[in-house]
Each structure stands twice: as structure tokens, then as C-alpha cells.
Design a protein around this ligand. Structure first.
Ligand code: E4P
Length: 218
């Protein structure tokens, strides 16, 4: 399973990259706004900075909701760097745009996916990635992980090539369960990735090893 970090914060992207386990980055307009990146050129420049840090895929989201607008934006975004993946919302115009990008050889991430039916449409349109938002489903007391399972089953039966990118991941357990249930990629905040490190027995064990070493060696 690939690990993407879900942020537009350059120092967090660098920190995840320095771990040596980072396969890519996802962003969205909310994450860009959170970093104070505003204005068309500033957004494009920021994506270029992210692509300078990571070799893996970087999802850059269109903000248009009409076909022509998405195509125009997606073509500009895809020229920033070869590892840019154009992120397109799961709406009718978005499916048209993904089909267009697929024909043109531009890779896409279909975002805001909340049902297996939407995931089937994204795959039919040729999306490179489909992004089911598991945390937001859990937030409304539904089962986000069940959606990952359903999509994994359907894609396996139908031999779809689209990769399942578990998104809206909130904690380390989401990462472990995504791995168990067939996600190809998980995108998560840096703190969820770092949370995988934690175990009290690791801390207790290390403290004892170091104490024993000190006792023996002075
Ligand atoms: C995915 O690509 C989105 O950027 C992200 O995972 C959304 O997460 P959130 O529900 O925590 O905002």
C-alpha cells in the first residue's frame, strides 16, 4: 500500500518525505487555503514547490465545476510537473472531464466519493485513483471502511485498474484497516502516519535497553 500525505504544508511534506516512506501527496482547496495560498499563480507555484520535494504523485484539485473550466484548469495543472495528478470532483461534469483526461493521457484522482456506485463510474471513466472519504462517512455514523471493502471487491471482480485511495483518514487505525481491506493507497495527515510509531512496550523496552547498557558501561 502506498502512503500519501494529505496536506499542502511544505514542512510536513518534507518531514514525511524524510521518513523515506512517502509515495505522494494529496491536497485540496481547503488545505491550500489553510496554508494561506491564494491567487491562481500562487497556487500553481505552490504545487511546483511540492513537486520539487516529492517524486511520487501529487494531486492538484480543479475548482471549476463545468467541463470546459475543468479541462482548462487540468491542462494547466498537468503541465506543472510530470507527477501532477488532476483531482476532479465526483459530479456529472467531473466524469466527463475524467473521460476526456483519460483519452488525453492525463492522470486523474476522482475525489469526494461516498458510494460504490460513484466508484464504479470513476473507474469506467478511467480515473487513475478513486478517493472514498472514509472519515467523513464515519463522521455521520456510517461505516467508511465498509465502502473501501465494497470498492475493493467490485474492482477485483470487474478487473478495474483504478487505484483505491483511502482518503479523509483521521487516525492510525484507519491506516491499518485500509491496508487490511484492499486500499492501494492511503492519504493521511502527518500525525496519523506518525501515530503508527507509537506503542508503550516499545518505549518501555527501549528505556530498559538503554538503562542496562548504561549500567554495564558506566
Ligand atoms: C483527500 O484527498 C482529501 O484531501 C482529504 O483526505 C479530505 O480529508 P478530510 O475529510 O479530513 O477533510
Amino acid at each position: 500500500m502506498k502512503f500519501f500525505v494529505d496536506t499542502a504544508n511544505l514542512s510536513q511534506i518534507q518531514e514525511a518525505h524524510d521518513l523515506g516512506i512517502l509515495d505522494g501527496v494529496t491536497t485540496n482547496p481547503s488545505l491550500m487555503a489553510k496554508e494561506g495560498i491564494t491567487g491562481e499563480q500562487a497556487v500553481l507555484d505552490h504545487y511546483a514547490k511540492i513537486c520539487d520535494i516529492v517524486d511520487g504523485d501529487v494531486s492538484a484539485e480543479v475548482i471549476s465545476t463545468d467541463f470546459e473550466g475543468m479541462i482548462k484548469e487540468g491542462e494547466i495543472l498537468s503541465e506543472i510537473a510530470p507527477n501532477i495528478v488532476v483531482k476532479v470532483p465526483m459530479i456529472q461534469e467531473g466524469i466527463k472531464a475524467i473521460s476526456y483526461f483519460t483519452r488525453k493521457g492525463i492522470r486523474t484522482n476522482c475525489t469526494l466519493v461516498f458510494s460504490a456506485g460513484q466508484a464504479i463510474l470513476a473507474a469506467k471513466a478511467g480515473a487513475t485513483y478513486v478517493s472514498p472519504f472514509i472519515g467523513r462517512i464515519d463522521d455521520i455514523s456510517w461505516d467508511g471502511m465498509q465502502l473501501i471493502k465494497d470498492i475493493a471487491e467490485i474492482y477485483a471482480v470487474q478487473l478495474f485498474d483504478t487505484e483505491i485511495l483511502a482518503a479523509s483518514v483521521r487516525n492510525p487505525l484507519h491506516i491499518v484497516d485500509s491496508a487490511k481491506n484492499g486500499a492501494d493507497v492511503v492519504t493521511c495527515p502527518l500525525n496519523a502516519i506518525l501515530g503508527l510509531l507509537n506503542h508503550p512496550l516499545t518505549d518501555i523496552g527501549l528505556a530498559k535497553f538503554l538503562a542496562d547498557h548504561k549500567k554495564a558501561n558506566g
